[in-house]
Structures are given as C-alpha cells and as structure tokens.
Design a protein around this ligand. Sequence first.
Ligand SMILES: [Zn+2]
Length: 63
Amino acid sequence: MGQGRGKGQGQGMGPGRPERGTVDAVNECVCPDCGARQAPSQGTPCVQLRCRNCGALLRTVEG
Ligand SMILES: [Zn+2]
C-alpha cells in the first residue's frame, strides 16, 4: 500500500463559519475621549455608536 491519502481536500475549515457570541458579548460601550459610558444598542457594535457628550466613536468595554 503506497498511495492512499495524501494531498487532498478532505478536512479543512469551512468557507464561512459564522461565529457566535462576537457581538452579543458586548456589555457596555465607553467613550475613549471623555470616558462616558452607555449601553450599546441591540445588534449595533460600540464602534458604530457615538458619544452623547462629545460625539466621538465609542469603544467596547472589555472585562
Ligand atoms: Zn465622549
């Protein structure tokens, strides 16, 4: 038995695997400019929200 399995396309990561818990894991958004915090909207990441005080783009609070 020589050639059985070699280079082939069998295993591998799928083309597009939806990862869960990426956006839903957001707890709070914080403004890097003035430090104001606010809860993120559903389905909207913090980076797309703006601070109510200064209008800067918010960031996700980690931890
Ligand atoms: Zn701000």
